[in-house]
Design a protein around this ligand. Structure first.
Ligand code: AMP
Ligand code: MG
Length: 334
């Protein structure tokens, strides 16, 4: 393994922190494959035990598809990385057992990766950003993160649920299935009237719980069109996120924003971030959707960074941590 240069190392990445089971093969920075299977429903949300069943059912298929697409032999892999934190315990355990079994079988190092940090690192790898503020807007996580003094610090975050979970809960109340975000975006495009909604920014933090209660009452009243509600939700919620991101730019003096997380696939959020950055002489970047949603390529890449900085990939260090904080992880490669 040590024989290969960093840009030649074959890394297998495994993602299973929540709804997605993903497997990717990277050759250095080159993505040879990035396969995934997303837990979905027609109605209702994400029940952890059902998500775990989904991952058990599909893990082998996703894995074999990734190996086949990368056109490598299993035995060519130099290094395995998996997301061990943070996330839903049920999902994390499937990923951990799968990854450890594979590392034992192949006799290769296994690097544990913090999922939130992986979102930021793939953004740095895929776009020209170097030292950005990350607006990480995903299902379970909503954080504004930037690098300071050896760690990725959280400058602002949700005080209750993640923005994606909020959108999915709002969508569930409207009878949309999971994930609801893309459907809300479609419906919002047809909205005409902006409805005034609660806007909750507290210092650097945001909160969605009260807004969700307010929306459920509005849906029940039958007074508003679904399209207008979707439009208004997007306008309010994305303005909240962009406001705290702007404050983090002002505080840190940084000049770049990178978007991450599934909610960042939303074109309106991307536009609002671009406009905000434009107005203050900064620039907003966004990787392709494939690398915004939960994906295993980002895990492989973040694993390679850790490995290059001396992580030995010992099995005894590969426990899961559903609650690991972004700012508790020492970053040795920056
Ligand atoms: P992640 O956990 O990062 O994979 O992101 C999943 C979340 O992103 C789910 O809550 C989805 O509803 C949400 N999502 C995906 N696409 C969009 C979109 N176009 N607009 C808003 N939310 C989205
Ligand atoms: Mg994520």
């Amino acid at each position: 393994m040590a024989k290969r240069k960093k840009n030649e190392v074959l890394v297998l990445g495994i993602e299973a922190t929540a709804h997605t089971f993903g497997v990717s093969v990277l050759k250095g920075k080159k993505v040879l494959s990035n396969e995934r299977k997303l837990f979905m429903t027609e109605q209702g949300g994400m029940v952890p035990a059902r998500v775990a069943d989904h991952h058990v059912e599909f893990c082998d298929k996703v894995f074999l598809a990734a190996i086949k697409k990368a056109k490598i032999s299993l035995w060519d892999i130099d290094l395995i990385a998996f997301s061990n934190s943070p996330g839903i315990g049920h999902s994390l355990r499937i990923g951990a057992v799968f990854s450890r079994s594979l590392a034992l079988l192949l006799g290769k190092p296994l690097i544990p990766v913090n999922h939130c940090i992986a979102h930021l690192e793939i953004g740095r790898m895929m776009t020209p950003v170097d030292d950005p503020v990350l607006l990480y807007a995903s299902g379970a996580n909503t954080q504004v993160i930037a690098f300071e003094s050896g760690k990725y610090r959280v400058f602002g975050e949700t005080l209750d649920i993640g923005v994606g979970n909020f959108l999915d809960s709002f969508g569930r109340a409207l009878g949309l299935g999971f994930p609801a975000g893309p459907k809300i975006e479609e419906l919002a495009c047809k909205g005409k009237n902006l409805i005034s909604l609660p806007y909750t920014v507290k210092g650097m933090d945001v909160s969605f719980g009260g807004l969700l209660t307010n929306l459920k009452a509005k849906i029940k009243s039958g007074e508003y069109s679904t399209e207008d509600l979707c439009l208004s939700v997007q306008e309010h919620v994305f303005a909240m996120l962009v406001e705290v991101t702007e404050r983090a730019l002002a505080h840190t003096g940084k000049k770049q924003v990178i978007l991450g997380g599934g909610v960042a696939c939303n074109k309106r959020l991307q536009e609002m971030s671009r406009v905000m950055c434009g107005e203050r002489g900064a620039k907003s970047y966004c990787p392709a959707n494939e690398f915004l949603v939960d994906n295993a390529a980002m895990i492989a890449w973040a694993g390679l960074l850790k490995y290059s900085a001396g992580d030995k990939g010992l099995l005894e260090n590969t426990g899961i941590d559903p609650y690991e904080r972004t700012d508790s992880v020492e970053i040795l490669y920056r």
